[in-house]
Design a protein around this ligand. Structure first.
Ligand code: ADP
Ligand code: MG
Ligand code: ZN
Length: 261
């Protein structure tokens, strides 16, 4: 009789010995001789792998499960489908975005404060999402990646003011945006055009931006506004924080033909 993980199995002892554990193999009428210890170790290893896989998937699913995008197709943006002829500005931008992805994958703790700016339709959103996809697919250990379309975020928070059952409250947003390993804030400043009063973004957006900039060390911002225009939307302290650590990571997309027209 042998007990394996609490299950009693009627076994007979074989003459053969396990070369690893130096114990006699056991067998039953139906099962060939095996080592109890080897079997226990294998089961333990499989259990551990199942737990690891579960944890890896929990991290990897954040990008598609928790992000807020304008259109679901945005998840499909990758470096592979970003067209760039050699020697063009597109190629340079793609190269810089790839370098950011590379650093994010290799150096888990390295602060990243990138800002992609320029006029609309130039590939800022595409390359920002490409970075997240590359990090999500290649980082080992995995990293939590989150894409937040600013307008979508603000719509969610507005509706949480009316309905307290909504997930995306202001406090949830701050906690979530600070907690991930790599964050994209897409279309920052565009929310100013949503409101009749464009002078200054509502206080709660300012508060979110400030707390996220303070607590999130790995962040990519995209915006269609210049730093001067951003200063009209946000408190100048917030704008200077956006650019503060972006040395070498401020990428000017202007001068590219709008791909949407
Ligand atoms: N070099 C490129 N190759 C392939 N598609 C591109 C390229 N640049 C932009 N696009 C596509 O054009 C559209 C507009 O680009 P987007 O990244 O949204 O611009 P931006 O965020 O700068 O306004 C998107 O559908 C994007 O996938
Ligand atoms: Mg965009
Ligand atoms: Zn053994």
């Amino acid at each position: 009789m042998q007990s394996l993980h609490g299950i009693s199995i009627p076994t007979k002892e074989s003459e053969k010995v396990c070369p690893i554990h130096h114990v006699h193999l056991v067998y039953t009428d139906r099962v060939e001789p095996f080592c109890i210890k080897c079997t226990a170790e294998r089961v333990e290893k499989e259990k551990r792998k199942a737990i690891d896989d579960f944890e890896i998937n929990n991290v990897k699913r954040v990008l598609k499960h928790d992000s807020l995008v304008d259109l679901p197709e945005e998840y499909d943006c990758t470096f592979d489908n970003f067209e760039a002829q050699q020697g063009t500005k597109e190629a340079e931008l793609k190269h810089r975005a790839k370098m950011i992805a590379y650093e994010a994958i290799k150096k888990t703790d390295k602060p990243i404060h990138a800002i992609f700016y320029g006029t609309p339709g130039e590939g800022k959103t595409h390359l920002a999402m490409s970075i997240l996809n590359a990090v999500n697919d290649n980082a080992n250990p995995p990293q939590k990646c989150l894409f937040i379309d600013i307008n979508e975020l603000i719509n969610r928070i507005y509706s949480s003011f009316k309905n307290s059952n909504q997930l995306w409250t202001k406090d949830y947003a701050i906690k979530k945006l600070r907690s991930v390993d790599l964050l994209v804030l897409d279309d920052v400043g565009s929310e100013s055009s949503m409101k009749s009063d464009t002078s200054e973004a509502s206080n709660f957006i300012q508060e979110i931006m400030k707390k996220v900039l303070d607590g999130q060390k790995r962040l990519i911002i995209t915006t269609n506004l210049t730093s001067q225009q951003l200063s009209q939307v946000y408190n100048p302290k917030i704008v200077s924080r956006m650019f503060a650590h972006s040395r070498g990571y401020a990428v000017d997309f202007s001068g590219i033909k709008d791909k949407r027209y």
